[in-house]
Design a protein around this ligand. Structure first.
Ligand code: ADP
Length: 320
C-alpha cells in the first residue's frame, strides 16, 4: 500500500492530534504517502483532502482538539454518500484509511471496508464508550480535567457544609463518573449502569452529616439525568443545600495527558502496520496492556461497552 489517508470524526477528544501525527510519521517512515482529510466524512465526500508532510504534524502532539477538524455528517450513513466518498478516495489514489472517532465513525469505516476499502478505526472519545477496548483516546485527559474541578469543589464544599452535585459527561456511559468519583473521593457516584434510590442517597448524606461530615460530593453521569433535575428530586427528601456544577465542554479540551499521547501513538503506528499488511475492517483497542484488533462488524453488532463497575462497589466501601 503506497498511499493512505487519515480523518477524525464525531466528537473531538484530546489525543486525536497525537494519533494523526503517529499515522503520518509512521506512514512516511514506511515509505508511504499520507493524506489528511478535513472535517471527517463531510470532508471526504467534499474532497477536502491534502497531502501531509512530517512538518504538518510538527508541534501537534501536545494540542487538544483535532487540527484535521471534525464534523457530523449523517449523509455518510447512505449508500450514495459512501459512493461519493469512495469516488474521492479513487481520485486521490488513496488505498487505505485510518478513522479516529467513536462508534458512529466506525460505522462509516465498516461501510468503506464493505466497499473494499481497507479501513482501520482508532477509538477516540472522552466518553470511553466504544466496545472492544478498556480505554479510548481522550478519556484519561478528560478524567484528569474533571478531577481538577472536583478537588476545587471539595475545598469550597468543606468550607460551607454543603452537598455538591457535579454533572459530568459520558453520554450513556458512566466511565468518567466512576473514575473521577473514586479518584476525587466522592461520597456517591450515580451512573446509568447502576440503579439508584434517591431516598437512600438522601439518607446517606444525612448519616454522614450526623457523623460530623462537612460535605458530600455526588458525581452524576449525564446519562442518568441532568444535575438540576437531580438536585430537585433530592430536595424532596430534605434540605441538603445542594449546589449543582455542570462541567460541560471543558471536559473535552486541553492538552492530552502522557497516557493519552502514548496510547494515541501506539494506536496510530499500529494502524499503519495493519494497512501495510493489507488488513482493514478493524477497530483497535487495548485490553489490559495488550493491543487488540476487533472486526468492525463483530464490534458493532455483538460487543457492548461496559465500564469497570467494580469501581462503584469500591467507592461504596471506601468513600462514605
Ligand atoms: P462518533 O463517531 O463520536 O460516535 P457520530 O455518531 O456522530 O460520532 O458519528 C460520526 C460520523 O460518522 C457521522 O457524522 C457520520 O458521518 C458517520 N456515521 C455515523 N453512523 C454511520 C453509519 N451508520 N454509516 C456510515 N457512517 C456513519
Amino acid at each position: 500500500m503506497k498511499r493512505i489517508a487519515v480523518l477524525t470524526s464525531g466528537g473531538d477528544a484530546p489525543g486525536m492530534n497525537a494519533a494523526v501525527r503517529a499515522v503520518v510519521r509512521k506512514g512516511l517512515y514506511e515509505g508511504m504517502e499520507v493524506y489528511g482529510i478535513n472535517y471527517g466524512y463531510a470532508g471526504l465526500v467534499a474532497g477536502d483532502i491534502r497531502k501531509l508532510t512530517r512538518r504538518d504534524v510538527g508541534d501537534k502532539i501536545s494540542r487538544g482538539g483535532t487540527f484535521l477538524y471534525s464534523a457530523r455528517y449523517p449523509e455518510f450513513a447512505t449508500e450514495e454518500g459512501q459512493l461519493r466518498g469512495i469516488e474521492q478516495l479513487k481520485k486521490f489514489g488513496i488505498e487505505g484509511l485510518v478513522v479516529i472517532g467513536g462508534d458512529g465513525s466506525y460505522r462509516g469505516g465498516l461501510a468503506l471496508a464493505k466497499h473494499g476499502y481497507p479501513t482501520i478505526g482508532l477509538p477516540g472519545t472522552i466518553d470511553n464508550d466504544i466496545p472492544g477496548t478498556d480505554y479510548c483516546i481522550g478519556f484519561d485527559t478528560a478524567i484528569n480535567t474533571v478531577l481538577d474541578s472536583v478537588d476545587k469543589i471539595r475545598d469550597t464544599a468543606t468550607s460551607h457544609v454543603r452537598t455538591f452535585i457535579v454533572e459530568v459527561m459520558g453520554r450513556n456511559a458512566g466511565d468518567i463518573a466512576l473514575w473521577t468519583g473514586v479518584a476525587g473521593g466522592a461520597e456517591q457516584i450515580i451512573i446509568p449502569e447502576k440503579e439508584f434510590n434517591m431516598e437512600e442517597v438522601a439518607s446517606t448524606i444525612q448519616k454522614g452529616r450526623e457523623r460530623g461530615k462537612k460535605h458530600s460530593i455526588i458525581i452524576l453521569a449525564e446519562g442518568v439525568m441532568n444535575g438540576n433535575d437531580f438536585a430537585e428530586k433530592l430536595s424532596e427528601y430534605g434540605d441538603h443545600h445542594a449546589r449543582v456544577t455542570v462541567l460541560g465542554h471543558v471536559q473535552r479540551g486541553g492538552s492530552p495527558t502522557a497516557r493519552d499521547r502514548v496510547l494515541a501513538s501506539i494506536f496510530g503506528a499500529k494502524a499503519v502496520d495493519l494497512l501495510k499488511e493489507g488488513k482493514g475492517g478493524l477497530g483497535l483497542g487495548i485490553i489490559g496492556s495488550k493491543i487488540v484488533e476487533n472486526d468492525f462488524e463483530d464490534l458493532l453488532q455483538n460487543q457492548k461497552h461496559m465500564p469497570d463497575v467494580s469501581l462503584y462497589k469500591l467507592n461504596q466501601e471506601i468513600s462514605y
